[in-house]
Design a binder for this molecule. Structure first.
Ligand code: 3SL
Length: 248
């Protein structure tokens, strides 16, 4: 398996089909907090997550879904979009709130990243809680050329997404025990993400809090429980997989 890391969705190159050396799998990461929220919502029984790069498309799609079976979740600049049922906190997607509901979700960066790679044949989302489960699934599906995409913040690098990219890669290296299943890093960004993971693996929450988006969330108010949830390595087995474009 050949792993490349792109540290913002803007850095993702134009998509090539797998037979022309394009990826056969992509893993989108937005640790704070979209992909952590997606994992928890599905863990808690949401029927599906439908992700949108913009709010207008979200509202059009949600309007065509029965009101009793939908939730609109929106975040911009770290805050819940006014009038929406949910923002983007993994703590808000409780079983009581989301079970059997389709969540129509748009966030500042995470859902834009998803949109960017929606045509990759196998599209997963990862966060620190499910990083080993995601690595295992890539190996089971025999993914050969994998792009890991850190969502960043409006085109800028993000520390926490790079940490999680290293966490997924490290788990893939540990899990790929069969001799034919070697895992290799295809770019320097991936090697740097692995080094970051080695540095912070025993104190992920401090890393998240130190990151610029962590500081942004702290500036917006108390997010202690969000940090604890997003930093909890290997606490989930669920692997969100795109079933149809934009729907996990
Ligand atoms: O940028 C995003 O997509 C969000 O995850 C940001 S926030 O953590 O909800 O503020």
């Amino acid at each position: 398996m050949l792993l490349s890391y792109f540290h913002t969705s803007e850095a993702v190159p134009p998509l090539l089909p797998p037979e022309e050396d394009g990826p056969d799998a992509a893993v989108v990461i937005d640790v704070l907090r979209a992909t952590t929220t997606i994992a928890w919502a599905l863990e808690n029984g949401a029927e599906a997550i439908q992700a949108f790069a913009d709010l207008g498309s979200l509202e059009d799609a949600a309007a065509g879904w029965p009101a009793a079976r939908r939730l609109r979740a929106g975040e911009r600049g770290g805050k819940r979009v006014e009038g929406y049922d949910l923002g983007n906190s993994p703590l808000a997607v409780t079983r009581e709130r989301v079970e059997s509901k389709r969540i129509f979700l748009s966030t500042t960066n995470g859902t834009r990243s998803l949109d960017r790679v929606r045509d990759v044949p196998l599209l997963l989302t990862a966060c620190l809680p499910n990083r080993t489960a995601v690595a295992r699934r890539l190996i089971e599906r025999q993914a050969l050329r994998v792009w890991i995409v850190g969502s960043g913040w409006e085109g800028d690098y993000s520390l926490e997404d790079s940490l999680a990219a290293g966490a997924v890669a490290s788990a893939a290296i540990e899990q790929a025990v069969a001799p034919h299943m070697g895992v290799r890093c295809a770019n320097d960004e991936m090697l740097a993400a692995l080094a970051l993971w080695q540095q912070w693996r025993h104190d992920t929450e401090t890393c998240l809090r130190s990151a610029s988006h962590g500081q942004r969330l702290i500036g917006l108010g108390n997010h202690d429980a969000d940090f604890a949830c997003c930093a909890a390595v290997d606490s989930l087995e669920i692997v969100p997989i795109q079933a149809e474009p934009g729907v996990l």
